[in-house]
Design a protein around this ligand. Structure first.
Ligand SMILES: Nc1ncnc2c1ncn2[C@@H]1O[C@H](COP(=O)(O)OP(=O)(O)OP(=O)(O)O)[C@@H](O)[C@H]1O
Length: 230
């Protein structure tokens, strides 16, 4: 087991926005987190990454509480929103900076980035622009590629398909499906099609509570569509 969530709660005022009793994640699982607006997906991810403090409970990464250990930061990469980027850098400068935190040389980063030519679609590299001047979709591409560059054991992406054009969405699915088998991936998405295509396990949350947690099969998309059409 690589991740374990125990009795995790986040309460704002009189509202419990996350209330997850027990979830165990095995290495290599690709988990799709689905749920309507306000279901608590982002809040859950923020607690996985020790960005906000749970009101109760704990997140254990390889058995260690993420609030009490820094080890998980060596093997966990994430992109939740543009707040993870550095606006005044060019994408190249940002990739080099993130690479330097993971002992990648400038040459390592450059050779890594050549794999992403298709995903970047000619819009990211060598533009001379700062990250702040890119569209939201292109900023997302920078953040996602920087997270993947770390070759993490755990990857956490919040709505990675949002703001991407259809071609890039398909290219991102390919990248996520091609990932090394030992990577554990968490993706939140409102796109039921993409999430069932990429993920082998779906966790459906509503008002912070896990309503369903199941392995994907050929019926999953239909089941989710019927759940959400109710
Ligand atoms: N700092 C905060 N203070 C008060 N309430 C908050 C705070 N952050 C989130 N919430 C509330 O917690 C609930 C869950 O929000 P969250 O962003 O986690 O949902 P989500 O599932 O990611 O939604 P979406 O699909 O719209 O991104 C919402 O009702 C939100 O208004």
């Amino acid at each position: 087991m690589i991740l374990e969530v125990k009795n995790l709660k986040k309460v704002y005022g009189d509202k419990t926005v996350v209330n997850i009793e027990h979830v165990q994640i095995q290495p290599g699982e690709t988990i799709g987190l689905v749920g309507n607006n306000g279901a608590g997906k982002t809040t859950f991810f923020r607690m996985l990454l020790d960005l906000i403090r749970p009101t109760e409970g704990e997140v254990l990464s390889k058995g260690e509480n993420v609030m009490q250990s820094d080890n998980w930061k060596n093997y966990t990469a994430s992109f939740l929103d543009e707040g993870f980027l550095i606006d005044y850098l060019t994408p190249e400068e940002y990739f080099i900076f993130i690479g330097s935190l993971h002992n990648l040389s400038v040459a390592d980063v450059s050779s890594y980035l050549t794999q992403y030519n298709e995903f970047f679609n000619g819009e990211i590299l060598n533009s001379g622009k700062y990250i702040r001047d890119f569209s939201k979709g292109n900023q997302n591409k920078v953040g996602i590629a920087a997270a993947l560059m770390q070759k993490p054991e755990i990857l956490i992406l919040d709505e990675p398909f949002a703001n991407l054009d259809p071609t890039t969405q398909i290219r991102l699915k390919k990248l996520l499906k091609e990932h090394p088998g030992n990577m554990t991936t968490f993706i939140s998405s409102h796109d039921l099609n993409h999430v069932t295509d990429v993920c082998n396990r779906i966790i459906l949350v509503e008002k912070g509570i896990v309503i369903k947690d199941f392995k994907t099969d050929e019926n999953t998309l239909k089941e989710l569509e019927s759940y959400f059409s109710a």
